[in-house]
Design a protein around this ligand. Structure first.
Ligand code: 0X9
Ligand code: ZN
Length: 411
């Protein structure tokens, strides 16, 4: 677990986020909540109130939730402090380096149009608000792509995690530029691998978060729920052990699981895409923030039952951590949460699956965990580049990392 870096500093400082205008469903007040918690069991109890836990420390967590959830935490006697922010931040000026949906669409359209031999861009679904969810397929040999080992990289499940959208975009641009520039490693990879990149799974949520030039701290998609609220947490909506803990059945909540597994267009689009690309052996879902490398299981405390699979996840996570400096751990070490992408992709397809919680480690001072500014985009990509290349490399047979030649080899 991460060491407490901010100890001794005032909670006021801890809550000094970037300017954020909070506009949420219904008329709830929203708060950053400092809640006493000493282990994963207490963190799971906290998660079950419906808040989103964003920072985990040795003896407390920082969560984001509404006044009802705040009350529940008060009743537990664990609430140490609450902070309600309501000030503005201008996205387009300071953070214009981040891509909004139109800019992202333009950037990947350009990449595909200029490199039709290696990049194919498709829409895998249209959202409730009519936006395309884009997928890029990058390989030097499209005719035989399905015969090659594949890895899939995605971002933007959670609306406010804008850095998680920049990573897949930069990754796509990197592969193409380096291939064209004659980088032998990338040429080798694109000749022998099939790369799938979905930069933003939740474009409606992402656009809502930056609507009107002010951040709204939005997490979910923009589905209209039966009770009149908005949004399903897409990382609670996948259909493996869906609804078995750490997700909420209340549409008001940050971790609303949806009315049924795969009720959402976005999660269903990922399901269909992964189901039909049977050559995928590796999956990486970018989120932010906390600097973590997470792997299944997330819906229960027990580890992956198949010994080699557990070892592969552990070995890969530890190796990648040496490059990006993140903390490798099983997802439920954070807190129990069911219905996330990686429990499904591993649970159903036995795809070796990771969630990266990108920088920063903390919410910082005037920076803001979800809104860390444009200066982090390139350094965070650079530190994650080697892990990305590594994952792609080992997609031919992830069990190679064990050096024992055992375990399923796909395809
Ligand atoms: O809660 C989430 O969905 C992820 N964290 S985030 O701050 N990006 O929202 C972490 C998911 C980890 N998975 C489980 N604990 N199951
Ligand atoms: Zn997230």
């Amino acid at each position: 677990m991460k060491k407490l870096k901010l100890i001794g500093l005032s909670l006021f400082c801890l809550f000094t986020f970037s300017s954020i205008k909070q506009v949420q469903s219904k008329d709830y007040q929203y708060y950053w909540l400092k809640v006493s918690a000493h282990d994963k069991f207490q963190r799971s109890v906290i998660a079950n109130t419906g808040v989103a836990i964003e920072i985990v420390k040795d003896d407390y967590v920082i969560a984001y939730g509404n006044d009802l959830q705040k009350e529940a935490l008060e009743k537990l006697g664990w609430l140490e402090a609450a902070s309600n922010l309501a000030f503005e931040k201008d996205f387009p000026t300071k953070d214009s380096a981040y891509h909004n949906y139109a800019e992202l669409t333009d950037a990947i359209t350009k990449l595909a149009n200029e490199n039709p031999d290696i990049v194919k861009m498709t829409s895998i679904a249209k959202t409730n608000e009519g936006r395309d969810i884009w997928a890029l397929q990058i390989t030097a040999d499209h005719a035989h792509a399905s015969d090659k080992p594949a890895a899939i990289f995605m971002g933007g499940h959670h609306a406010r995690e804008h850095l998680s959208v920049e990573m897949p975009l930069l990754w796509a641009q990197y592969l193409v530029t380096q291939f064209r520039g004659g980088n032998p490693r990338v040429i080798g990879l694109l000749n022998s691998r099939d790369v799938h990149i979905i930069p933003v799974v939740n474009p409606d949520g992402m656009e809502y978060d930056i609507k009107d030039g002010s951040y709204k701290m939005w997490r979910k998609n923009r589905s209209r729920n039966a009770n009149g609220t908005y949004g399903v947490d897409l990382n609670r909506n996948y259909g493996y052990q869906w609804g078995t803990g750490g997700s909420s059945s209340d549409g008001n909540n940050e971790t609303y699981m949806g009315p049924k597994a795969f009720s959402e267009i976005e999660s269903t689009a990922i399901k269909n895409y992964v189901d039909t690309h049977t050559n995928i052996t590796i999956l990486l879902s970018f989120h932010s923030f906390s600097k973590l490398i997470l792997y299944p299981w997330g819906h229960k405390y027990a580890g992956i039952e198949t010994a080699n699979d557990k070892l592969v996840h552990e070995k890969m996570a530890t190796t990648m951590a040496e490059w990006n400096g993140y903390q490798p751990q099983q997802s439920s070490e954070l807190y129990i949460a069911s219905g996330d992408t990686t429990d499904w992709s591993y649970g159903v397809h036995k795809i070796i699956s990771f969630t990266f919680e990108l920088d920063p480690a903390n919410n910082g001072f005037g920076g803001g965990g979800f809104y860390p500014g444009p200066g982090v985009i390139d350094p965070v990509f650079q530190k994650n580049l080697e892990p990305l290349l590594y994952l792609l490399d080992y997609s031919d047979n992830p069990y190679r990392v064990l050096n024992v030649g055992i375990g399923p080899i796909k395809p």
